[in-house]
Design a binder for this molecule. Structure first.
Ligand SMILES: [Ca+2]
Length: 383
């Protein structure tokens, strides 16, 4: 009897909780499709989507969720741990040049591996398509043993420069090492060459990969941990969201040449319990605009400018893994605050704005590798 009433109470509580979560979110959720460990997605001009799967498959999908085939001609992907096939981004001038950029993990000597970015020319067909003229335009250096913290998000800015987030490979100190591009944000021209006005480019001979002082001229900012989300806001400012250690997830406004402090400072602790000084202790390091303890485990970042949710224009949306949520962030110049946390009851890998302003959301691999694709549209109900 006791057990039964407790069970009823639990059911009631669960129902109330679920109802509250749904009432709080001003959208309806429809399940569109399902993928094998999906990681990223990009909309094509024709309204179809490219969806990456970590094991190395790039699918073409229509808005009803039907797979129209896969893209052939992809680079060899080293699939293990956090890594495999990662981000997919269209060149800003895609309609003319058909260039698609992919990030992925590349195996090296021994058991080393590292992130890489390649681009190729996309030709679509009835059964998917092909990527030709594949060229690798960037590599993490040096390659390292281990299979975590690649980062490897790709963003183009309004001037056509290419930013890549490069995670610390769970090795800590490379994030402050100027002879490595690990734990950095890098800035490149669209062909992988180095812009003349990068912050650490002063002394290099043109086209040299490393300058006289060993500083990597591709580096744009320093001291990042695992920057899994990166986005421009509607004013053209670059934001990066990164997982902290135990505590201290960060949203950072990325400034040219700035140092974000990892592993010298963090608002979290090391997993083994050792303390890390807070950002406040050292003014040489730029503090996060927003940080989270307990962590949200951010996996993606997107700025919204659509019509479906006009009140959200200019907001950032973060995908939350351990928080199993979508986090809405309001910006005011260089400051940021969490405005909403929409419970999704699933670890969220990616949030992308679709053609009519709907939010398209990828679930992380959670049920035997499968991750669902959801579409979020304005709530149709009473009112
Ligand atoms: Ca930091």
């Amino acid at each position: 009897m006791m057990v039964k009433s407790s069970f009823s109470l639990l059911l009631l509580l669960l129902t109330v909780t679920a109802t509250q979560a749904q009432t709080a979110a001003p959208f309806d959720i429809s399940e569109v499709s399902e993928f094998d460990e999906p990681w990223a997605m990009a909309f094509l001009p024709n309204g179809r989507m490219l969806v990456t799967e970590k094991k190395g498959r790039l699918q073409v999908v229509n808005q009803e969720g039907k797979s129209l085939g896969t893209i052939r001609g992809l680079p060899n992907v080293d699939y293990l741990g956090h890594g495999g096939l990662g981000d997919v981004v269209l060149h800003p001038n895609f309609e003319k040049n058909k260039l698609v950029y992919l990030s992925y993990v590349e195996g090296g000597a021994g058991k080393t591996r590292g992130a890489a970015v390649a681009r190729g020319t996309l030709e679509l067909s009835n059964r998917g398509g092909t990527l030709s003229n594949l060229e690798i335009i960037w590599r993490q250096y040096p390659k390292m043993v281990g299979y975590g913290h690649y980062g490897y998000r790709i963003v183009f800015d309004d001037e056509g420069y290419l930013f890549i987030s490069s995670g610390d490979r769970q090795k800590f100190t490379p994030s402050q090492d100027m002879q490595s591009n690990v734990g950095k944000i890098v800035r490149l021209n669209d062909d992988g060459s180095i812009p003349d006005d990068n912050p650490f480019v002063d002394h290099i001979e043109k086209d040299a990969f490393v300058d006289d002082e060993g500083v990597y001229p591709e580096i744009w900012s320093v001291g990042h941990r695992n920057p899994l989300g990166m986005s421009l806001d509607l004013d053209g400012q670059l934001w990066v969201i990164e997982m902290g250690p135990a505590g201290g997830d960060e949203l950072n406004l990325v400034n040219r040449g700035a140092n974000y402090g990892y592993p010298s400072v963090s608002n979290g602790k090391h997993y083994d319990g050792r303390d890390i000084p807070n950002h406040d202790t050292n003014p040489d390091f730029k503090k996060p605009a927003l940080w989270w303890t307990p962590v949200i485990s951010p996996a993606h970042l997107m700025a919204y400018n659509g019509d479906a949710f006009p009140e959200w224009r200019g907001n950032l949306f973060a995908a939350g893994l351990s928080s199993r949520a979508i986090i809405r962030i309001e910006l005011d110049g260089e400051s940021a605050k969490e405005a909403d946390r929409f419970a999704m009851d699933a670890p969220i890998r990616s949030v992308v704005q679709g053609p009519k302003g709907a939010l398209w959301v990828l679930e992380d691999e959670s049920r035997e590798g499968e991750g669902r694709l959801f579409k979020l549209t304005p709530k149709k109900d009473s009112e």
